[in-house]
Design a protein around this ligand. Structure first.
Ligand SMILES: Nc1nc2c(ncn2[C@@H]2O[C@H](COP(=O)(O)OP(=O)(O)OP(=O)(O)O)[C@@H](O)[C@H]2O)c(=O)[nH]1
Ligand SMILES: [Mg+2]
Length: 286
């Protein structure tokens, strides 16, 4: 599947990110916990060299809890500080602030040794589109300061948001990279909602997700769509379109709409908590 979504604002955002990295002490990378591998920016290790780093496995409420734990362990083994988060729930806030303070303590200590007092810790919040960066910031600041939305590309420019207690967060637009070489990465980013649906072939994307979910969550698929066995997507989509009434004017199945319904079921967690990527897949270079 060819995913090439690199609109102008992303080129600008990527440049701004390189510039603004000079201003920050800490990089908080917000990943989608369902696709922690594909949603990781392969350039960040290089761009952020020398900076403090934190990983937020956001949308952890939509991912398999056992997989969340495995991913946390893998990130810890890399020397990073990972936190699982449901940014829509205030209950996630405290653990995150604690982790943030632990990471920030190193920076405050360094400042103190140089005689610098009370300089706020500045963190840049980065990630692919739609992982919940702005929602995450709003959760921490307890205000709806940053604009959020259920589609990729909502945040268009950088915005500083100050938390109480000497921390400033920079909200940034979600960025992808100009070429996504790995096909599985591309499909997963699209399935999770990080790519603009308008450039995608939705029935093709739905078919690839269907194949994966037949392995990861077969019982859920059977139950949700009232199927006795699990046919190939072509056949399953006919059944889904009939049961959901996704039909064209002449009564033919509307396969575009059916694909959208199925993808929405996955994206909104109606198919249960599913992680598409196992942590053994974490390649060394990321
Ligand atoms: N279930 C769940 N939904 C979340 C979570 N965090 C954010 N969302 C939803 O995900 C969607 C995207 O959230 P945003 O905060 O706008 O995402 P973003 O990363 O800022 O997106 P861009 O600015 O487009 O890059 C919204 O519909 C949020 O309500 C989470 O932890 N769990
Ligand atoms: Mg945003």
């Amino acid at each position: 599947m060819d995913v090439q979504w690199y609109p102008g604002h992303m080129t600008k955002a990527r440049r701004a990110m390189e510039q603004d990295l000079k201003l920050v002490d800490l990089i908080i990378e917000v990943l989608d916990a369902r696709i922690p591998r594909a949603s990781r920016n392969p350039e960040l290790a290089r761009l952020g060299a020398g900076k403090l780093r934190m990983i937020v496995l956001n949308k952890a409420d939509l991912a398999d809890p056992a997989e969340n734990e495995r991913w946390m362990k893998a990130f810890r083994a890399e020397g990073l500080t990972p936190v699982c988060m449901d940014s829509r729930a205030v209950s996630s806030r405290r653990a995150l602030l604690q982790a943030l303070e632990t990471v920030a303590a190193a920076k405050r200590e360094r400042d103190r040794a140089r005689g610098i007092l009370n300089r706020p810790v500045r963190a840049m919040v980065v990630g692919v589109p739609n992982t919940g960066k702005s929602t995450f910031i709003n959760c921490l600041s307890k205000k709806a300061s940053a604009k959020t939305g259920n589609r990729p590309g909502v945040t268009r420019s950088n915005q500083w948001i100050r938390l109480d207690g000497q921390v400033e967060l920079l909200d940034t637009p979600g960025v992808l990279w100009p070429r996504i070489d790995d096909q599985a990465d591309a499909r997963h980013l699209a399935a999770a909602g990080s790519v603009n649906d308008r450039i995608l072939n939705l029935p093709e994307l739905a078919a690839s997700l269907w194949n994966e979910l037949c392995v990861l969550a077969p019982d859920t698929l059977r139950e949700r769509y009232g199927l006795e066995d699990l046919p190939a997507y072509d056949k399953a989509s006919l059944a889904i379109s009939a049961s959901r009434g996704a039909l064209l004017a002449g009564g033919e199945p509307d396969l575009e709409k059916t694909a959208g319904l199925f993808l929405d079921d996955f994206r909104s967690g109606k198919l249960g908590r599913i992680t598409l990527e196992r942590c053994e897949e974490l390649p060394d270079h990321k």
